[in-house]
Design a protein around this ligand. Structure first.
Ligand SMILES: [Zn+2]
Length: 518
């Protein structure tokens, strides 16, 4: 009711204190008979009883100045009389319940359960509650109590009760007690209809469906068709799940970002994958989470370096090996996981290895992490590195002592040794930053022939930072003095080429290729 204090004083006075106003409006709305009944109501209850014409003693409605003036007289006495008969006239009882006024109905709902359950069977109780309009939970309890076998009732017989109930009433039957009644009444198909009608939150609908034995996929389909799941791609997604994990994953990969985000926000989507596909659903869940592709990249490096001093002829030395890393291309970033299994080659290396790992990990992350992005005109996403020096497919031996080229390489690192080799402490702390570059597929950019130098750096021999050295036989080698993969420290976009190649080989259909940008 509105707060009377906000009403203008004169109007409030008029409506509250002038019965003649009420009579006039009643006359306009309901005619003279209503006015007459209103005027007789308090003075002559016997007249009201006579108009009911049932011969039973009329029971006066409780006094209420605001009640409608033509409110019917109570017919509870009639009901009592019928229920007291040795042979209860069930049809008449049911009809009477429908003819009763709201006060009588409330009384019946509050106090007549046992008497009605005692004389009506399940089918009769269905008709009785349809006439009486009790709260949904009351209707269900009375039907369940009256029916010999609630399971013999079809959902279509109680559907009207459910669809007429308001959201509070429907929420009130969301307990296990009422779930058991619905499970008795419903089959696999009608449980879905019931859950559309009940409009429960997804998780409760899913629990009820599971209790019935109804599949989560079928439930979601029903809720989508019934307008209870309105996310735009739901029906197409469910059809794809019905086709299996591969089709479902491809479907999700192909969605645009916004549609996928909407689908991911709908809790039914993940549950359908889990319940319908089981362990085979793992890659589908990943696709729902935004993964486009994931897998291992294996790079076989092979390079020839012109080794030795310029005081003599260079000697050609060959290096190579397999490097492995995992790439996960997500809609919001590319994650590269590089795992290294370090093995101490001697006792001192074993002693110093834990501290060395921390140093190396920090240096590698500082140099490579959060440096580049991938862009293809549709999306620009960060390139992120997850480095583990505790385990992984790349085997590296950790040595102590002095090192001299080429003993330190992608497969052999030297632990920093502050006490015994302080002059190389910084060099061997930093070297794995370069070696990490090998692990993600790069070759060296020093001591290369002219042809290889241009090939590897994609720069001309005249480019800035290029250093040329010629041996006694007139052979010239080239080193990039700026690049991390040469003799410098700069990490260039080309140093992510192997990662880029993998991503570009695992794009979505019709997706433009990426490039690496700083
Ligand atoms: Zn190297």
């Amino acid at each position: 009711m509105a707060d009377a204090r906000v009403l203008p004083a004169p109007e409030r006075a008029t409506t509250a204190t002038a019965p003649e106003q009420l009579l006039l409006s009643l006359q306009r709305a309901a005619g003279n008979r209503a006015v007459t009944r209103y005027l007789q109501r308090d003075d002559d209850p016997a007249d009201a009883g006579a108009t009911a014409g049932a011969g039973a003693a009329p029971v006066r409605q409780e006094e209420d100045a605001e009640a409608p003036p033509d409110r019917p007289a109570s017919r509870l006495a009639e009901l009592d009389e019928m229920l007291d008969r040795f042979n209860t006239p069930e049809d008449e009882v049911i009809d009477l319940l429908g003819a009763m006024g709201p006060d009588d109905k409330r009384t019946v709902i509050d106090s007549y359960r046992d008497r009605l359950v005692g004389c009506l069977n399940g089918g009769e109780m269905l008709r009785a509650v349809a006439n009486l309009h009790p709260p949904l939970r009351t209707a269900l309890d009375w039907i369940d109590a009256a029916a010999l076998f609630t399971s013999a009732i079809d959902y279509s017989e109680i559907q009207g009760l459910v669809t007429r109930a308001d959201s509070d009433e429907r929420e009130a039957v969301g307990t296990n007690h009422y779930r058991d009644i619905f499970v008795k009444v419903c089959d696999n198909s009608t449980m879905i209809t019931a859950l559309v009608d009940l409009d429960f939150p997804w998780e409760k609908a899913r629990q009820w469906a599971r209790e019935e034995g109804t599949g989560t996929l079928d439930l979601a389909r029903g809720l989508a068709r019934g307008g209870r799941i309105t996310v735009s791609d739901m029906e197409e997604f469910l059809n794809a799940v019905g086709e299996g994990a591969n089709v479902a994953r491809e479907h999700l990969r192909g969605l645009d970002d916004d549609t996928l985000a909407d689908l991911r926000a709908e809790p039914a989507a993940g549950d359908v994958i889990r319940d319908e596909l089981g362990t085979a659903g793992a890659p589908v869940l990943s696709a729902l989470a935004g993964e486009i592709s994931s897998g291992e990249a294996m790079i076989t490096n092979s390079e020839d370096l012109l080794a030795g001093d310029t005081t003599g002829p260079f000697t050609l030395m060959h290096f190579g090996g397999d490097q492995r890393f995992n790439v996960t291309y997500r809609r919001n970033g590319v994650d590269v996981a590089v795992g290294v299994a370090l093995t101490a080659a001697d006792d001192r290396a074993r002693l110093l290895l834990p501290a060395a790992k921390n140093i190396w990990l920090g240096r590698i992350q500082a140099a490579w992490g959060s440096r580049f992005q991938l862009t293809n005109g549709q999306r620009t996403i960060p390139l992120r590195f997850q480095v583990s020096l505790d385990a992984g497919p790349n085997q590296v031996n950790a040595h102590s002592g002095h090192w001299a080229w080429p003993k330190l390489n992608a497969g052999n690192w030297f632990v920093p040794d502050h006490e015994q080799v302080p002059e190389q402490e910084e060099a061997v702390s930093q070297a794995p930053v370069h070696e990490f570059g090998h692990l993600i597929g790069n070759v060296d950019e020093y001591s290369r022939t002219a042809e290889h130098y241009v090939q590897v750096t994609r720069q001309p021999l005249t480019s800035r930072g290029t250093v040329a050295e010629t041996d006694t036989a007139g052979v010239t080698r080239y080193t990039n003095a700026l690049s991390l993969m040469g003799s410098g420290t700069t990490i260039e976009p080309r140093h992510c080429d192997a990662i880029l190649r993998w991503v570009n080989q695992n794009l979505r259909a019709n997706e433009p290729a990426f490039s690496v940008v700083a």
